[in-house]
Structures are given as structure tokens and as C-alpha cells.
Design a protein around this ligand. Structure first.
Ligand SMILES: [Zn+2]
Length: 798
């Protein structure tokens, strides 16, 4: 089948619950075929095939059966559709700050049929034109330029061929800024109540976008193909962003209302650059089927880290990769649910979504980085250019891309691809006497070649480097272990492996970590050490010593933020059962960083946030809120909320305090902060009410549900929360009866009793996982959280 065109008419002026949707589709089949149309309406009014009316009651489970004779056809589908509040389909929300209504469309992954009748398959690309009716004061944006032809009537010009999952619409009284760069109209969009904050950051956002356009034009040799480029920061968005051609949507928490650490700004820049990479890789050339979704993400991820580092003012991307992104992916690659980067053969969209994880993003990006080093940049880019040119506006597969690389001069990549992309799991690289031993995982043996740098740091120097190619099972090291000396394999964080240091290095680390000047090397050390602790190979005491030694000297706010979060959730919360002496030591180390960092700096802010997170000194945090914070620390809107939430969690704030804070900040983000803070209160009735809301309230929006889940479990409230451990496993599956997709999986993950690290909890998880009928996303969340808990149980058992 070929879809020739879509013409959509949407009526957004019919009140708060439903919108009108009419879809006219032209398509062609080569031979007579029985197929179906995807449509998930509130009420289906009309289905017409070539002028003949069909019976709307034939619709079953979102599929309308069709018999098409050979030749061209015209379909008309007219329906009332329901607005959603879970971040998928046409999401509608009301901003409590000024009571204005906003809408955005999220067709990814399989939500397009809840907006319009379509053939929902990524390789059935077609051009779209659209007419929209909306309240007259609204602005309408979509994949192509929208013109207001009369008050409340908008027309969107015909687009280039798009997959259904790219179709978007952003509508409401949004605040818009536009600027021109190299012939491209760039737009920035946010809800009105965030206008001043968007305006303040416009230069930075436009600057990153323009620099990345220039670089992608240079790297890909194809100009940006979709006309205007709008970036809309929309409310209650599930993901970081979505790469809709011409109109990317972002979560609007990325419009900063308060001061943020520099690492958070660079993280936002990377999301911008990531979505821009997709305009070529993903949007112009789209995967044929969902099983190559990883390729979109791995590629965009690799490009985002590389291009942000190369052409924007933010130079800490690879530091973040080592501290944050990679830990996420390596944890995923060691779970029972691990899967190859490529070739998972997702039978349907829901199965594909469960593999949309740290392996598809971080491991895939690390593999492409290695491949780039292996092929050389010239061959790598030549292959990518050929691939984009050959399949422009169409679809392609992994084999097409590897074919393009081979035509560009790469040798046979089958062995490389087998080790890195088609086999799951990761090797352990262990330092022994004069050699580095490669130990493949027992379940997933493979030849995985590693190109890496070994660094030796002794008493007299800052480090000496040697390149190493690790191919077989043992590779000679240029130096042996030595007392007082650090020997760090993969010191530049180039490969994907568990690294185990020698005894001398481990013993010297607390004394020497502060002397390691390269932040990427420190990130690689923290990656190895945290992985070893999670495996029970290294004691929690040693890593505590290392935090106490390393945090006061840490120069990167990304590192401070990431390590304090890890210390709070994993080290103290899960592994040490909420040990207050341990959290006190971490807090004291962060305090030293806080008071020696430049006042007003991002580093100081990251340290202050860390202190608020781990400190049990409630009176002190209360003084910060009451107007006596450390010098230079701005107690602005978000800092106040974060401090108050931590106080609430430890019993240092009341419901009245939270209400008072909400009176100061009536924004949608204020409402979410307040919900999270209230859910954190160590109070029987509060917990009961929060539980009921999460488990039974069908009206909760995605943002509200996440906030309640985030506040609910707290390591220090174990006694109070004990009854909810068993209730979680008994009740969570029922949420799939009224939630779906992203929301059901995310709430199951956030509400998992992660601090109940006891064998009995594992048994309860196993009993739930034995239920074959579990929603696939919910199953993955429970199974992955169970695996983290298994580690905590083992560590506590010593
Ligand atoms: Zn992406």
C-alpha cells in the first residue's frame, strides 16, 4: 500500500472534552487487499470509501476493517475525539496561573489514531495538509507554516512526506518569538505565564539552534528539509522532547523560572541538538519498522553530545555522559531485561516502547562513538551522507546504513556489529598483574573489541596515558599496579565495559581522587566504583570515604548533582537503609563544597541542592527558607520548593507551609511542586489519600500522578509506609485498566517500593511478574525495579 496524501480538519472549539476530527486519505494498492484503518475515536460518525458509506459499528479495538480493490482510493473518516491528559494524543491542560487552555499533539508512538483516522505505520509516509478551527485568541502551529485565514480559522500548507508519528499541532494562547537564521525561520514558543522566562533565555536558545544548524549542514551535506523550525515548550510533557518535523515539542520545565546549575543548561542544549539531529536522522530518513527505533535514538544521542561539545558554549557534555547517561545505560545492560542494541524484532509498537531505554540511547550512542573512532570521521560521515541522500523522505534499515558505510570504505562490519549491536551485555575489564583481563558476561559471550586509554597517576604527576586495543581475553598493560598509584583503564571513557581496579588503586583513591584533574576521568572512576558497589564487589564504606574526599574538591556541578542524588537514593536509601550517620557524612562533604564554591555560581547551587537532599538538619534548611541562606545562594522559586519538599519529607514542614508556598507560586509547576511536597509528608492520612489518588483517580494528569509518586516513598519513612509494600504488588496492575502507554509504565516505576530492601519484597515482585496478563510497560518497570532491589537486598545482607 501507498498513502498518497492526508487532509485533516480539526475543530478545537467544541469545549473541554472533545474535538472534531475529519481525515481525508488518498491511497493506492497494487492488488486487492484486506486491511484496516487505525482510529480510536470517542464517537465515530462516518467512514466513506470512494463515496460509499460504510457501517461505523464495524470498528473494533481501534481497527476499522477495509477491503480495497487494486487502484487508488479515497477515504473519509469523521469522528469526535477525546482530549487526553496523559501526554499522548491531543493533550489539553489549563494553566492555573491565568486560567488559559493549551493543547499539543503527541502522535508518538502509536497515539496518532486518537487524533485522526490513519494508517499508523512508520513506513506509510505521506504529505499532510490541515485546516484547524480554534478559539479566535489562539495561535496554531504545526509541522508546516500555519496561516490564519479568518478569526479562528487556520490553514497549514502541505508538508513533505511524514510518518504518522510525526504529526503535531500546538494550539492555544501561546507566547511566540521568531528569528531568522541562514534562511530558516526559527520560533520559540511557551505558555504565556512563562513568557518572561522564555524571553530571558531566547538568545541562548536561538544561539544553540543556529550553531547546530550550521554544523549539521556541514556534517550531513543536506540542508534542513522541513521549512520553519519551531521549538514549542509545552505543559505536562512526558519525555524530554519529541522531534516532530518543523515543530519540536519540549517539556516546559526546560524554560527555567529560577537559577539552575550550568549542567542543567547544557543538558537543555543537548536536548535541542538531539531533536535537531532527528530532523535528518529519523524524520527525513525514517526507520522502516519500530525495531530500528534505537537507531534513531542512538544516532541523535551521539550527535547531540558531539555537536553540543563542538559548536556551543557548553563544553561539559562528555562529563555528563560519564556521570549520568552511561550509568543509566550500563545498569540497563546488566538487568534480566537487557536486549541487543539492534535487531530486537519488536512485534508491535508497545513492545518497541519498552526497549526505549538506556540501551537504545546510551549504549547505542557509545557504540556509534566507538564505530566513529574505528572507521575514522571521514568514512563515518561519508556513509551517513550517502544514507541520508539515498533514502530522503523515505524509510531505511540498519542494513542500509551499514551498506552505506561499507560503500564509503569501511571494511566488513559484520563482526563489529555482532559484538556491539547484536549481542546484549557488557564485558568486565579487570586490572591484574601487568595485564587487563576481559571477562565477557556468561549469558552473552561475544568478541567485543575495546579501544581505550589507560592512565597512570602517581605521586609526581597528573597522569600519563597509553592507548590500548583490547581484543582477546588478556591484554598487556604498560604499567603494573603499584602502592600509592592510580591505574585507570578507560580513563577517557571511550568504551562500554565494567571496569575493576587493582587493590592499590582502590586503596589510594580516597587520597588521590581530588588530584585527578580531568573531569571525564573522574566520571569514569565514579562509574567503575558505583558499578562495583552495586555488584557487592566494593564496600559502601569505601565509597563513602571516596565521596567525603571527592565532593569538597569537585569542580563540575554535573558531578555534584549526580553524586548527591546517587548517594541519597542508592547508597544511603537503598544500600544503607537510610543510615543517618552516612547521610550526615555526605552532607558535611557537600557543605564544604557549598562554602568554598564562588557565591552565586552553578557549583554552589548544585552543592546547596545536594545538601538540601541529604541533610537531616531541618532547622538549618528552615533558616534558608526564612531568609538566611548561605551567601550568594538565591532562594528563588524552585530552590524554595526543593528545600521545602526535603523539609516536608523529614517532618520539618507542615501542610500550612506548603499552602503558603503555593500562594506565592500559583503556576502549573507550583501546583506540581505542592503535590510532591504534600505527598512527602510523613503522615498516615496524607499517605492514604495520596495512595488512593494514584491507584484510583482516573482524572489525574500525567504531571500530577508523577509528582504524587515521587513524593510517596521516602527512605526514612519505612515504618509508616510498610503496609504499602504488599499493597503495591497487589494493586499496581489495576492501573493499566484506566491508564496506558507512558503513564502506566512511569507511575509503576516511580511508585515501586525501592527502599523495602528485604527478600520478602523480592518474592512479592516475583509473584506479580508471574502474571502473564501484565501490561508490557508495567511489567518492564516492575522487573527492572526488582533487579535494583535485588542488589540492595544482597548488599544489606553483606
Ligand atoms: Zn530522540
Amino acid at each position: 500500500m501507498r498513502v498518497l496524501s492526508y487532509h485533516l480538519e480539526l475543530d478545537l472549539d467544541r469545549g473541554p472534552d472533545h474535538f472534531g476530527s475529519q481525515s481525508q486519505i488518498a491511497c493506492e494498492v497494487m492488488q486487492a487487499t484486506d486491511t484496516f484503518l487505525d482510529v480510536s475515536p470517542h464517537r465515530l460518525h462516518v467512514v466513506e470509501l470512494d463515496g460509499v458509506t460504510l457501517d461505523p459499528t464495524d470498528l473494533a479495538d481501534g481497527r476499522f476493517p477495509l477491503h480495497l480493490d487494486a487502484g487508488e482510493h479515497r477515504l473519509l473518516v469523521s469522528a469526535d475525539m477525546a482530549y487526553r491528559n496523559d501526554g499522548e494524543g491531543l493533550h489539553r491542560s489549563v494553566d492555573p496561573a491565568d486560567d488559559t487552555t493549551y493543547i499539543y499533539a503527541m502522535s508518538f508512538l502509536d497515539a496518532a489514531p486518537s487524533i485522526f483516522g490513519c494508517f499508523d505505520q512508520p513506513d506509510l509516509k505521506a504529505p499532510y495538509s490541515m485546516r484547524v478551527t480554534a478559539p479566535p485568541e489562539w495561535t496554531v502551529l504545526g509541522n508546516t507554516r500555519a496561516s490564519q485565514v479568518s478569526p479562528g480559522r487556520w490553514e497549514l500548507a502541505e508538508s513533505a512526506p511524514l510518518a504518522t508519528y510525526f504529526v503535531t499541532l500546538v494550539a492555544g494562547p501561546y507566547h511566540c518569538l521568531t528569528r531568522e537564521h541562514d534562511g530558516i525561520r526559527m520560533g520559540l514558543v511557551a505558555v504565556r505565564s512563562l513568557a518572561e522566562h522564555l524571553d530571558k533565555d531566547a538568545d541562548e536558545l536561538f544561539g544553540v539552534t543556529a550553531a547546530a544548524f550550521d554544523e549539521y549542514h556541514r556534517l550531513f551535506g543536506i540542508r534542513y528539509p522541513f521549512g520553519d523550525y519551531y521549538q514549542a515548550f509545552v505543559p505536562e510533557f512526558n519525555a524530554g522532547a519529541m522531534e516532530n518535523p518543523g515543530c519540536v515539542t519540549f517539556r516546559d520545565e526546560m524554560i527555567f523560572r529560577s537559577q539552575v546549575p550550568d549542567g542543567v543548561r547544557s543538558g537543555r542544549a543537548r536536548v535541542i541538538v538531539h531533536e535537531m539531529a532527528h530532523q535528518w536522522f529519523g524524520d527525513l530518513v525514517t526507520m522502516r519498522w519500530w525495531d530500528d527505533l534505537w537507531l534513531n535514538e542512538s544516532f541523535a544521542e551521539y550527535m547531540a553530545y558531539r555537536v553540543t561539545d563542538d559548536v556551543t558554549a557548553f563544553r561539559d557534555s562528555w562529563v555528563e555522559f560519564a556521570y549520568g547517561r552511561k550509568r543509566w545505560g550500563m545498569a540497563a545492560d546488566q538487568r534480566p531485561s537487557t536486549h541487543p542494541v539492534a535487531g530486537n524484532g519488536a512485534p508491535d509498537a508497545a513492545a518497541a516502547l519498552t526497549d526505549f531505554d538506556g540501551i537504545s540511547y546510551a549504549k547505542g550512542a557509545a557504540a556509534l562513538k566507538q564505530l566513529n573512532a574505528y572507521l575514522g570521521d571521514e568514512v563515518f560521515l561519508a556513509g551517513v551522507r550517502t544514507h541520508l541522500r539515498d533514502h530522503a523522505y523515505g524509510n531505511a534499515t540498519l542494513d542500509d546504513l551499514f551498506g552505506a558505510w561499507e560503500r564509503a570504505g569501511a571494511e566488513d562490519l559484520r563482526a563489529w556489529s555482532m559484538g556491539w549491536l547484536r549481542t546484549p551485555g557488557l564485558d568486565t575489564l579487570r586490572v591484574g598483574e601487568g595485564q587487563l583481563t576481559r571477562i565477557p558476561p556468561a549469558d552473552h559471550p561475544a568478541q567485543r573489541p575495546h579501544g581505550l586509554t589507560v592512565r597512570r597517576v602517581d605521586a609526581d604527576n597528573d597522569g600519563r596515558d597509553e592507548r590500548l586495543q583490547v581484543v582477546g581475553d588478556a591484554t598487556a598493560l604498560p604499567w603494573g599496579p603499584e602502592a600509592g598509584t592510580l591505574l585507570i583503564p578507560d580513563a577517557r571513557d571511550e568504551t562500554w565495559a565494567k571496569v575493576r581496579y587493582d587493590e592499590h588503586t582502590l586503596a589510594a583513591l580516597p587520597d588521590r581522587i581530588a588530584e585527578v584533574t580531568d573531569p571525564v576521568t573522574r566520571g569514569a572512576i565514579w562509574l567503575a566504583v558505583r558499578d562495583a558497589v552495586a555488584d557487592g564487589d566494593l564496600s559502601c564504606e569505601l565509597v563513602l570515604d571516596l565521596l567525603v574526599a571527592g565532593l569538597p574538591a569537585e569542580t563540575e556541578d554535573i558531578a555534584v548533582s549526580n553524586l548527591s542524588w546517587w548517594a541519597d537514593v542508592f547508597l544511603v536509601g537503598q544500600y544503607l537503609g537510610g543510615d543517618t550517620a552516612a547521610s550526615g557524612r555526605v552532607a558535611a562533604a557537600l557543605d564544604r563544597r557549598l562554602y568554598t564554591a564562588a557565591p552565586g555560581s552553578g557549583l554552589q547551587l548544585a552543592a546547596a541542592l545536594g545538601v538540601a537532599e541529604v541533610s537531616t538538619d531541618s532547622p538549618r534548611l528552615r533558616r534558608w527558607l526564612d531568609g538566611d541562606p548561605p551567601e550568594g545562594l538565591a532562594m528563588d522559586t524552585d530552590m524554595r520548593w526543593l528545600t521545602l519538599t526535603q523539609l516536608a519529607r523529614r517532618g520539618g514542614a507542615s501542610r500550612a507551609d506548603i499552602d503558603a508556598e503555593l500562594a506565592r507560586d500559583t503556576s502549573s509547576q507550583g501546583v506540581v511542586h505542592a503535590a510532591r511536597a504534600r505527598a512527602s509528608l510523613p503522615d498516615v492520612d496524607t499517605k492514604a489519600a495520596v495512595w488512593t489518588a494514584i491507584l484510583t483517580d482516573h482524572e489525574l494528569s500525567n504531571a500530577q500522578a508523577y509528582a504524587l509518586c515521587e513524593g510517596f516513598w521516602r527512605a526514612e519513612q519505612s515504618e509508616l509506609l510498610q503496609p504499602y509494600v504488599a499493597r503495591y504488588f497487589a494493586e499496581i496492575a489495576s492501573t493499566a485498566s484506566f491508564r496506558s502507554g507512558w503513564l502506566v509504565a512511569e507511575t509503576a516505576q516511580l511508585l515501586f517500593p525501592s527502599y523495602a530492601a528485604e527478600p520478602a519484597t523480592l518474592d512479592l515482585a516475583d509473584a506479580l511478574l508471574a502474571d502473564e496478563s501484565l501490561d508490557p510497560g508495567l511489567r518492564r518497570s516492575v522487573s527492572d525495579s526488582r533487579d535494583d532491589l535485588r542488589r540492595a537486598v544482597a548488599i544489606r545482607a553483606g
